[in-house]
Write a protein that binds this ligand. Structure first.
Ligand code: ZN
Length: 487
């Protein structure tokens, strides 16, 4: 909930897939050279990529670091040029999310999270992973995935304003983006690994270094983050003997390309990510003791206990434990609470049951209770439109009409609890960051980290973050990542 987007209602449409027309055609697989049945022409693929990109950026937000973005783009463009589809126009972006993942969407869009960048340990590992994602595009895995997702979603997404089914509310609210995260098959993964190594080696890196990253990930096994973006292994399943296979591909390409000493560039890489935000960034909103705080926009509101909060740049979703009710929270630019409410009623064709101008902790507001028709029936919504500073903050608490009585109090407590945040300590929170330090003497990783001030309890984790074990010996003047605590 950091970026400001002009939306006319809080019901965010995430339905890219449904906007596109299906055209089946027979295309050549650029990697294998074999014809494949493709529901997408290249034009459509690129058009879809562009639309999806807008959604991805709105949903997850870009990490604001122009130097890092340029560095990632530069490496990406070099890899793309030696790929099997060099004519595509590629875009490489760093997303401002903590989760460790990377993904590609059709048409040449590749995303790295700041989480994955914090966990990689050399330019060669980075090249392998970016090559892997480019491989999903050149082998048209994501296009095939999209074709399948589209078949499953025809008619579902285009006109959807509200979740069509309350049972699956949580997943449906995110339908457009979750379609991106269909799992690749193990065969797809094997092929993308092989292509990733090939592209990395073709630009003179040791693509086999990617295996180190997979080993680190398996040992850490990080989960998803507050945005709900899944982690690497839930979208890129491990093929058998992945690391050995990756090292094997690298050996093959080194011989084929007659490379003596392909680059690893550990130090160069670590210098690039020195200072990158690590873990959740509390400046984008955080929950503590059942209160959601937004330091940047200076507001807070209570969250019902046990409800699940998913916080993305576009929207906060708060889901009841039984997943049969949800509170959606977003901000819009509007002239007044009343006008924003009327515009919502008009757009959603809601049947208004109750409407009144109110004040919420001194802020001018408008409250609605209405029934809204969806594809699978009517839902009842309590909505608050609250003016604070330049924005109208919008809450919609939604359940079926029969359950609405059970949730009305919880909705009202959250929405009526919205207020200005004035606590300086909460406003001035700082995120954790990766700091890159020099271990001056030859030592075990444990002793080096201890001498850099890392507490004993964090030694194992920090060693892993460096792709090392605590007992491993390192030579003098080795660079090590540590986590600099914020807050
Ligand atoms: Zn993959």
């Amino acid at each position: 909930m950091m970026k400001i987007k002009a939306m006319t209602t809080g019901f965010v449409l995430l339905g890219v897939v449904g906007l596109l027309l299906l055209t089946a055609s027979c295309a050549m697989d650029p990697v294998s050279g074999r014809p494949t049945l493709m529901l997408l022409s290249e034009d459509k693929e690129v058009q879809m990529g562009r639309q999806t990109d807008q959604q991805v950026v709105r949903q997850y937000g870009l990490y604001k670091d122009a130097k890092l973005a340029a560095y990632i783009d530069d490496l990406g463009q070099r890899l793309a040029k030696v790929s099997h589809r060099p004519e595509l126009s590629y875009n490489f972006k760093v997303l401002d999310v903590a989760v460790v993942n990377a993904f590609a969407v059709p048409g040449g869009y590749v995303y790295m999270t700041r989480g994955i960048l914090a966990h990689l340990n050399s330019e060669a590992e980075l090249a392998g992973v970016m090559g892997h994602e480019i491989g999903h595009i050149t082998a048209r895995h994501s296009a095939e995935q999209y074709s399948k997702a589209m078949l499953a979603n025809i008619g579902l997404a285009a006109g959807m304003i509200l979740a069509p089914s309350l049972q699956g509310l949580g997943s449906v609210v995110q339908v457009g983006v979750s379609a991106l995260f269909l799992k690749f098959s193990r065969d797809n993964e094997r092929e993308a690994d092989s292509l990733g190594v090939e592209y990395a080696n073709r630009v003179d890196y040791d693509g086999g270094q990617m295996a180190n990253f997979f080993e680190t990930l398996e040992r850490m096994n990080p989960g998803s983050d507050r945005t709900g973006l899944p982690a690497w292994f839930s979208t890129h399943p491990n093929p058998e003997d992945r690391e050995a296979a990756v090292r094997g591909y690298a050996k093959k390409w080194q011989e084929k390309l007659d490379q003596k000493d392909p680059k690893i560039e550990r130090e160069r890489y670590l210098r690039q990510i020195d200072g990158i935000v690590y873990g959740e960034d509390p400046r984008q909103g955080y929950v503590e003791n059942n209160v959601f705080y937004h330091p940047g926009l200076t507001f807070l509101f209570p969250v019902p206990s046990e409800w699940k909060v998913v916080n993305t740049p576009a929207q906060v979703q708060i889901l009841s434990p039984k997943k049969d009710a949800v509170i959606l929270f977003s901000m819009v630019s509007g002239t007044s609470p009343k006008e924003t409410a009327s515009s919502f009623v008009q757009k959603s064709q809601a049947r208004v049951i109750q409407a009144d101008a109110i004040r919420v902790h001194g802020l001018s507001a408008y409250r609605l209770i209405s029934d809204v028709g969806t594809q699978s029936g009517v839902v009842r919504a309590m909505s608050y439109f609250i003016q604070k500073d330049k924005y109208i903050y919008v809450f919609h608490g939604i359940s079926s009409p029969s359950l609405f009585g059970d949730y009305q109090a919880a909705f009202g407590d959250t929405m009526g609890g919205f207020k200005h945040l004035s606590d300086r300590n909460r406003i001035n929170v700082r995120p954790d960051r990766i700091g890159v330090r020099t271990a001056e003497r030859s030592a075990t990783v444990r002793n080096a980290l201890l001498s850099l001030g890392v507490p004993e309890k964090d030694i194992e984790k920090t060693a892993l973050l460096n792709g090392k074990t605590a007992d491993e010996r390192i030579p003098a003047n080795t660079l090590l990542k540590i986590v600099e605590r914020g807050r």
